[in-house]
Write a protein that binds this ligand. Structure first.
Ligand code: HEM
Length: 134
């Protein structure tokens, strides 16, 4: 993770957000990726869910920068996803990331290998943290 990754991730996220449908497409891909996933989201209000996820994406940036508010946020989210609450299995995080990257590929007109690397580098510490709290 470098300063350049943060900048690249942030610029790419802004491009993805500039046309509507980015997170809608992500959830479409993610739900189709596994029955275990679609089962978990059976009762979800996706308007709220997309807003919550957008906040998480910004928080991931703070986490990689080692900022305390990022850690406090992730601590709460990790608990909600853990075995004792929503029981989100660690292996599902890899599917989550691949679907997110696919949505970025479709929505960021400047997407390339470096953009993908930046997204993966920014998401990785947060994902590892969530998995470690399962
Ligand atoms: C690093 C990856 C992930 C992030 C950042 C993330 C983020 C979030 C956030 C912010 C919420 C709202 C929680 C709240 O405010 O109380 C949420 C809810 C949820 N997440 Fe995740 N999530 C991740 C991975 C996953 C995975 C892999 C699954 C697998 C199925 C999943 C399933 C859910 C479900 C079922 C909910 C509740 C939806 C509802 O309210 O009906 N999440 N997630």
């Amino acid at each position: 993770m470098s300063e350049q990754d943060v900048e690249m991730f942030n610029d790419s996220l802004e491009r993805c957000k500039s046309t509507s449908g980015f997170l809608g497409r992500f959830y479409e891909l993610f739900l189709a990726s596994s029955e275990e996933v679609s089962e978990k989201f059976k009762h979800t209000d996706f308007r709220k869910q997309k807003r919550a996820l957008m906040t998480s994406l910004y928080m991931m940036m703070l986490v990689t920068e080692g900022r305390a508010e990022g850690d406090a946020y992730l601590e709460r989210i990790a608990k909600v996803h853990s075995k004792s609450q929503m029981d989100i299995k660690p292996k599902l995080y890899e599917l989550w990331l691949d679907c997110l990257i696919q949505a970025v590929r479709e929505f960021d007109p400047l997407f390339n290998e470096e953009t993908e690397r930046a997204w993966r580098n920014i998401m990785r510490p947060g994902i590892e943290f969530m998995k470690s709290r399962y």
